[in-house]
Design a protein around this ligand. Structure first.
Ligand code: UTP
Length: 418
């Protein structure tokens, strides 16, 4: 009973009286389930997140500098080989792991299953996004004689379906014992008054906490500890939806080792000043990715002495970390960004409301917000045609159609795979 009273007090403190009224209506089993859920929620954090939705993000130009990078295309043969050698050594020793972030909702693509189960219409038969990733890793395994442990981050909503899909397709020939799925954490959705939404299951409605949740979820699920046990020294973290993602680029790894940095990333040049991508920069002396929504227009258009965009290195979710860096980040709380979205809920009369306009805040942290915890980052400029074929939108830019074209062109140039 104390538990019930504690829960009621907690809900009162944080102005969530509608949940108390719901608790009173539920049968014992449902009541206990809801109480358990409530006890795991950090309402103080939620209150702060809600307060933050009212503040504007401010980017002051004078604190921002351009970041230096190494252009892969411009490396001399010996320079490139030296970097490759450094990187290869790590792979050959089995000290490399890969994480694929596959917990997103893929709302823009409009595919009903998890995004990795989307089939890209390439070479007639088509290939699933998970299949394309598995092929990329299998190629590296063959080349370096070690099987890279592959960690796939799912969400509570898509974990089961992802697991079943991979089982059904026999992990696309990947060594099953080397693939591990882990589920990312969630945060409640809040309405415009800071109140939690109730879902159809009579629980507080929660949603994935963004791809920045990767680090803490690696720790919470024991994957980080497992990596350390395996002797992993470097961890690659990438998205699920880039058909040209290179997850074991020894030049990138070699560059990180040579520059003695804890984090590294591959970039591509922004297609034009206003392309809707985040770019690398240095803010107050720390690496950062500035989202296109947060970048003042003048800054986006600024060019350097060579006539190139000053802030032109786009972030493509192709990031590399030492295991110590992951450990460090996983203990920090990253900034949360809020997105105002449409979310259905159960009202006080017990009826489901399906909004036609955005009605609630979803909180997400971004993978790149961790960069500012470090002094330096090594950036390797890749090439759009070789490294970036995103599958984001149903049609138009960054759609299955553009990704198919880029993928086929790449493989036609680099030994066709049919
Ligand atoms: P996006 O931000 O592009 O989101 O994710 P999305 O879910 O793929 O698509 P939209 O915005 O709903 O249309 C970039 C990468 O981060 C992963 C995605 O799976 C993708 O690989 N991600 C995103 C997560 O793993 N978890 C999240 O909570 C959000």
């Amino acid at each position: 009973m104390d538990k019930m009273q504690d829960t009621i007090d907690l809900l009162k403190t944080y102005n969530q009286e509608h949940v108390i009224r719901l608790l009173e209506r539920l049968d014992d089993r449902k009541k206990q389930e809801l109480i358990e859920q409530i006890r795991k929620i950090d309402f103080q954090q939620l209150q702060e997140l809600y307060e933050n939705t009212k503040k504007e993000i401010e980017i002051k130009e004078n604190k921002i500098e351009a970041l230096s990078y190494v252009d892969k295309q411009k490396l001399k043969k010996q320079e490139k080989e030296a970097l490759e050698e450094l990187g290869e050594e790590i792979l050959r020793k089995g000290e490399y792991a890969v994480v694929t972030m596959a917990g997103g909702q893929g709302t823009r693509l409009g595919h009903t299953g998890p995004k990795g189960t989307f089939k890209l219409d390439v070479y007639g038969k088509g290939k699933y996004l998970f299949e394309i990733l598995a092929e990329n890793l299998k190629e590296a395994n063959k080349k370096y004689g070690k099987i890279i442990p592959w960690y796939i981050m799912t969400s509570k909503a898509n974990n089961e379906e992802t697991q079943k899909f991979l089982e059904k397709h026999n992990y696309f020939g990947y060594d099953k014992k080397s693939v591990k799925l882990f589920t990312q954490s969630e945060l409640p959705l809040l309405d415009t008054e800071g109140k939690v939404l109730i879902g159809k299951d009579m629980k507080i409605k929660e949603a994935s906490d963004g791809n920045g949740g990767t680090y803490s979820s690696l720790r919470a699920t024991g994957c980080l500890a497992e990596m350390k046990e395996k002797g992993i020294k470097w961890v690659f973290i990438g998205g699920v939806d880039n058909a040209l993602l290179k997850m074991a680029d020894t030049v990138l790894l070699g560059l990180a080792i040579k520059e003695k940095v804890q984090i590294a990333a591959k970039s591509i040049v922004k297609a034009n000043a206003h392309e809707r991508v985040g770019v690398f920069a240095k803010m107050n002396g720390h690496p950062k990715v500035i989202e296109y929504t947060e970048m003042p227009e003048k800054m986006a258009e600024e060019v350097d002495d060579n006539g190139e965009l000053k802030f032109g290195e786009a972030h493509i979710m192709c990031n590399l970390y030492t295991i110590d860096a992951i450990e460090k980040i996983s203990k920090e709380v990253l900034i949360y960004h809020s997105a105002f979205k449409k979310n259905s809920y159960i009202n006080e009369e017990g009826k489901e409301v399906i909004p036609t306009e955005p009605n609630s805040y979803k909180f997400e942290s971004f993978i790149f917000d961790a960069f500012e915890l470090f002094d330096d980052i090594a950036i390797l400029r890749g090439k759009r045609e070789d490294d970036f074929a995103p599958v984001k939108n149903k049609e138009g830019e960054d759609s299955p159609k553009t990704a198919k074209e880029l993928y086929e062109k790449f493989w036609n140039r680099n030994s066709p795979k049919n």
